[in-house]
Design a protein. Structure first.
Length: 738
């Protein structure tokens, strides 16, 4: 039967089910239309690494935050929330922000250095309206907004006396300057470090770690004379200084460490944080130094830090511009005693460890307890800032959130709370929208995963037993949707006893699932998170894609080897019939079916199945399944092979093309709707089809692109038109037709 005839059969078979294909499937031959959608973040509350935040010195209440793969944010004091500044950006690399620099005198002007890593495009972004719109200036020097050393800085600096003049310290290619507000760039010829070349493999350079311009060394309208530049590479001096506006440079004597963070205060004094590594996980020791305008330096490292082992570098440095002599520093990689924050009020003569009398209120973001413990002071602390208009207002960034206090002058306990309203900086690996229970259950990178009972509230952590930092796959029993299974992986240095879990209450509590040791020598092949787990429609059978696939019918107490299913091949349960599982054998280019609840699999003849299934092979353990069973109908299967979709209504006996002209990257099923990430007639976006893939309408728009960094998409089987989209850096979104 040809595809046209097959499509006609599908149309007849699905009549009255809510699906309404108009004719046999064929490529879309009309211009795609758009359906307006309303998009909102599913709230978590930050959740990822924000390497730094910067207060504006031009206007009270104005601040900017940069993240490593989720773009930049601006604090809107009137709205009381952080506003994402790059949701309309479609270039993935530009979501990794290497540095950010508000104009010191004009509150409307801000600049960013954007580029994810050394092999991807890099640009300087300029805005005259606080980041609402950007002018993009591609540059010849590479950046590393998501590489090691992303907490260094700030690399980008605006001359406060001559604001059209900017400097940028690059990782790989020396020091650069612009004399026309970032529109064009030239290399600073007199700077002694000319460049290191791009790193090989996954390595990175620290390069020129910061540029700090002394405003006291010039007058308004004329270039500032004194400029400092840090070196985080190891070759050459760790600190350089120019007294002639950047024409010539001299090395400055300091400790035998990397200068990783530098800030000039209102008096022209430079404060430098030093570390033995560029961070965020290699700074074993460090120091804090103070340099006067003449270049004379002295060691002002907090004594209590030395007394507790001198562990960790100082990657956070901030000055109180309205209160000279008040400086704060934070550690990174201080594993034994825990990272903390020190404040001096006397130019470094004495320091107080603020961490020991700090309390944290995470009631608005309870997800921070996701590891099964209370929130600590934080890790990967590289961002630190003191409000230039209110020295008691201090904020710092961690690998999971942004904390702030307005009580740093308080006697007694200092209360901190997440300063995160509007920030969603997470990587979403997988998600499900079951046919009952919570509308959404997510699987995150680094944060495990969550049950989202209320999409507008930060979720309580529940993916704890076992705790797995990454959730790689999720599945639910189609007829008993409170039964959920998951697979995941954990940081390599953490012990684990299970990488699989089963829940009987919709994901709120879990029981570890352990697969027997196998192979010679016998070992637990499931422990590294490489084995997806699948659950039958009635919850009675669990299938694990181990090297020797296993099935259990007693919740994991006993297991039996599956007949006919190749090793590491992921099974897909029919969501209606508990006896049926499907699997795609991409080595032999065939579809396998089990009709005995997973005991055995056998190939079936599949008319219309592509002859070559290589393109459907999973790339890694986080890949979404190319084969998806409809949550609503028995035998209703969707298959992605490369950029094409195929559809079957008879359990895989026959498939028809089902993507028209859409080049599909990801897809998911909703209530009588197919959703996809892909490109149609040259337009990349998020699409939906109401007629089995013949016609596609775009449901995102040019204001909602999120860097094009998509990880997973799924519809909601209970709510028509609802779609969930997981991104790599901007968190989790849900959309509804307006």
């Amino acid at each position: 039967m040809n595809s046209a005839a097959r499509g006609a059969v599908i149309a007849i078979a699905l009549a009255g089910t809510g699906w309404a294909p108009r004719a046999a499937l064929a490529p879309q031959d009309t211009a795609p239309r758009s359906v307006p959608y309303h998009w909102q973040n599913v709230r978590v509350g930050a959740g990822g690494y924000a390497p730094n935040l910067v207060f504006s010195t031009a206007e009270r209440g104005l601040a900017y935050l940069r993240t490593d793969m989720g773009g930049a944010y601006r604090w809107d004091a009137g709205a009381g929330r952080w506003l994402p500044l790059q949701d309309d950006n479609a270039v993935s690399s530009y979501m990794g922000i290497e540095s950010i620099a508000p104009d010191p005198g004009d509150a409307n002007v801000v600049y960013m250095a954007a580029g994810m890593n050394a092999r991807l495009p890099a640009a300087i972004l300029r805005s005259n309206d606080r980041g609402a719109h950007w002018q993009v200036v591609p540059v010849p020097f590479a950046m590393g907004g998501n590489e090691a050393g992303r907490g260094l800085g700030e690399r980008l600096a605006v001359d406060p006396n001559a604001p059209r003049r900017l400097f940028f310290g690059s990782r790989h290619d020396g020091l650069w300057q612009s004399r026309d507000s970032g529109a064009s760039w030239s290399k600073v010829a007199g700077f002694p470090l000319k460049g290191l070349g791009q790193p090989s493999g996954r390595g990175s350079h620290g390069g020129i770690s910061f540029v700090a311009i002394d405003p006291t060394s010039g007058t308004r309208g004329g270039a500032s004379r004194r400029i400092w530049a840090g070196n985080a590479e190891g070759a050459g001096a760790s600190l350089y200084r120019s007294d002639d506006a950047g024409a010539s440079w001299n090395a400055v004597t300091g400790p035998n460490l990397l200068a990783v963070k530098g800030v000039v205060d209102a008096r022209g004094i430079l404060w430098v944080g030093y570390a033995s590594g560029i961070g965020p996980s290699d700074a074993r020791t460090g120091a804090v130094w103070r340099f006067d305008p003449k270049g004379q330096g002295r060691d002002v490292t907090p004594p209590s830090w030395r007394a507790t082992g001198a562990e960790g570098g100082f990657l956070g440095v901030a000055v109180a511009r309205s209160r000279p002599g008040n400086v704060a520093v934070t550690t990174i990689d201080r594993y034994s005693a825990g990272d903390s924050l020190w404040i001096t009020r006397d130019d470094g003569t004495s320091w107080e460890d603020i961490g020991v009398r700090s309390r944290r209120d995470i009631s608005a973001t309870p997800f921070l307890r996701h590891e099964g413990k209370g929130a600590d002071f934080g890790h990967w602390i590289s961002g630190l800032a003191i409000d230039p208009f209110d020295p008691a207002h201090i904020a710092y960034t961690t690998g999971a959130t942004v904390y702030a206090t307005r009580q740093s002058d308080a006697v007694g306990s200092i209360d901190w709370a997440p300063w995160t309203d509007g920030i969603e900086q997470t990587a979403v690996i997988t998600l499900i929208s079951p046919t009952g229970g919570a509308a959404l259950i997510s699987g995150f990178g680094d944060l495990a995963g969550f049950v989202h009972d209320d999409l507008a509230r930060s979720p309580e952590p529940s993916f704890i037993n076992p705790y797995l930092s990454n959730t790689n796959t999720l599945d639910y029993a189609g007829k008993v949707p409170n039964i959920i299974v998951r697979s995941g992986s954990l940081y390599a240095d953490r012990p684990r006893d299970a990488s699989l879990g089963r829940s009987e209450d919709g994901g709120r509590t879990w029981t570890p699932v352990r697969v027997p040791a196998m192979g010679q020598p016998a070992r637990r092949e499931d422990l590294m998170g490489e084995a997806p787990i699948t659950i039958s429609a009635d919850g009675s059978a669990m299938v694990v894609a181990a090297p020797v696939p296993q099935v259990s019918r007693d919740r994991g107490r006993t297991w039996e080897q599956i007949i006919g299913l190749p090793g590491r091949t992921r099974a897909v349960a029919d969501k209606v019939d508990p006896r049926i599982f499907y699997a795609l054998d991409t080595e032999r280019n065939r579809l396998l079916v089990s009709r005995d609840g997973g005991t055995s699999f056998a190939p079936i003849a599949s008319a219309g199945l592509p002859a070559d299934l290589t393109a459907a092979r999973p790339r890694n353990r986080e890949s979404q399944s190319p084969l998806v069973a409809s949550p609503l109908r028995r035998g209703d299967l969707w298959l992605q092979v490369g950029a094409r979709l195929f559809h079957s209504i008879d359990g895989g006996r026959g498939f028809v093309p089902a993507s028209g002209g859409l080049e599909v990257e990801l897809f998911g099923l909703g209530k009588d709707t197919v959703f996809a990430i892909g490109t149609l007639q040259g337009v990349r976006g998020i699409w939906r089809s109401l007629d089995l893939g013949r016609y596609w309408a775009r449901i995102d728009d040019d204001r909602h692109r999120w860097g094009g960094r998509y990880r997973v998409v799924s519809g909601d089987p209970r709510r028509a038109g609802r779609v969930y989209v997981g991104t790599d850096g901007r968190g989790l979104f849900f959309g509804d037709a307006k």
